[in-house]
Design a protein around this ligand. Structure first.
Ligand code: DHB
Length: 311
């Protein structure tokens, strides 16, 4: 049994796309709906449509270690995703998550207000961690600004909602962020992690950065971020006893998904591997996770969620 519950809604299985991958346009969202995923989340929306950064802006890295991207928040503008959410068939099995990534608190307020007024059964996830818009530092690394944003947004949203966090690398930061998150009762879950921001991938032969935007700097994803992702999932699982964690980062097979759940994840999102393999990946990864669980004698993900042992 791979089913789970996030923010009070049922998912037939723990897997869905990481926001940003396979979810900008309706055709991609349709493919996710038709896939083996347990849910789906839309591309982070800004108030206005954005083209994003110049290409190349995403590349898989040699050796299967992961990917680098500096997309720059290309998206159709929030009204597109609001219309999608309005016509979404909520009687089918998969719940819909909507990612919002306003370039200012005022934009987040306007977008959230529009969704609240539409009164739809989708779940809002506010993204505090896009590393790729020049001149816009991510809120996730400004803990006071994040607190101030949540103080405005949480009462507006009223219903359970989530936030997407960047990776943290210091125990003091885990403590500080958790203290803020714990202040907001309807903040039901955190999604950990967004990409490891501002890596630089360089080609040896041409001595050139691999992607074009920002002198080649971009967010890292895929297998190379697995242990950072597991640490963030587990750090917040331990510090947010009344909330949930969605794990994302470094999942390429059932094994990494199992580890995310063992670290405390209630659901597992997949970015780089989905981009590389396409939505057929969900059936493979479900089968692999199921096989690991059967070998270990676990019947449901609740049997081992958060049960990682320490020495
Ligand atoms: C983009 C990247 C992110 O990591 C994110 O959270 C939102 C947007 C992007 O570059 O498009």
């Amino acid at each position: 049994d791979l089913s789970t519950t996030v923010a009070g809604v049922h998912l037939d299985n723990v897997f869905f796309n990481a926001s940003g991958v396979w979810c900008q346009h309706e055709e991609e969202l349709k493919a996710l709906l038709e896939s083996g995923s347990g849910s789906l989340i839309t591309k982070s929306a800004t108030f206005e449509h954005r083209e994003g950064n110049p290409s190349p802006r995403y590349l898989p890295l040699p050796g299967g270690v992961g990917s680098i991207n500096s997309m720059g928040l290309p998206n159709e503008g929030y009204e597109y995703y609001l219309n999608y959410a309005k016509q979404f068939d909520y009687t089918q099995a998969k719940p819909l998550f909507i990612s919002l990534s306003g370039l200012s608190l005022a934009d987040n307020v306007k977008m959230v207000t529009a969704f609240v007024e539409a009164d739809l059964p989708c779940i809002l996830e506010v993204n505090f961690s896009c590393p790729n818009v020049p001149g816009k530092p991510q809120l996730g690394y400004d803990i006071d600004a994040m607190d101030a944003a949540l103080a405005t947004l949480a009462p507006l949203i009223k219903k359970p909602f989530g936030i997407k966090l960047p990776p943290y690398f210091d125990i003091a930061h885990f403590d500080q962020v958790a203290a803020v998150v714990n202040k907001y009762d309807n903040l039901a879950y955190v999604t950990c992690i967004n990409s490891v921001g501002n890596g630089l991938a360089i080609d040896l032969d041409t001595e050139t950065a691999l992607i074009k935007p920002k002198d080649g700097f971009g967010g890292l994803g895929g297998l190379m971020v697995l242990q950072t992702a597991l640490a963030n999932v587990n750090a917040f699982y331990r510090r947010l006893p009344n909330k949930q964690v969605i794990g994302v980062g470094g999942v390429v097979s059932g094994k990494e998904a199992f580890l995310h759940i063992l670290a405390g994840a209630s659901a597992v999102q997949i970015g780089t591997q989905l981009k590389e393999e396409g939505p057929a990946m969900f059936d493979r990864i479900k089968k692999e996770l199921q096989e690991i669980m059967e070998k270990k004698g676990y019947k449901s993900v609740n049997d081992f969620r958060g049960k990682v042992k320490t020495l």
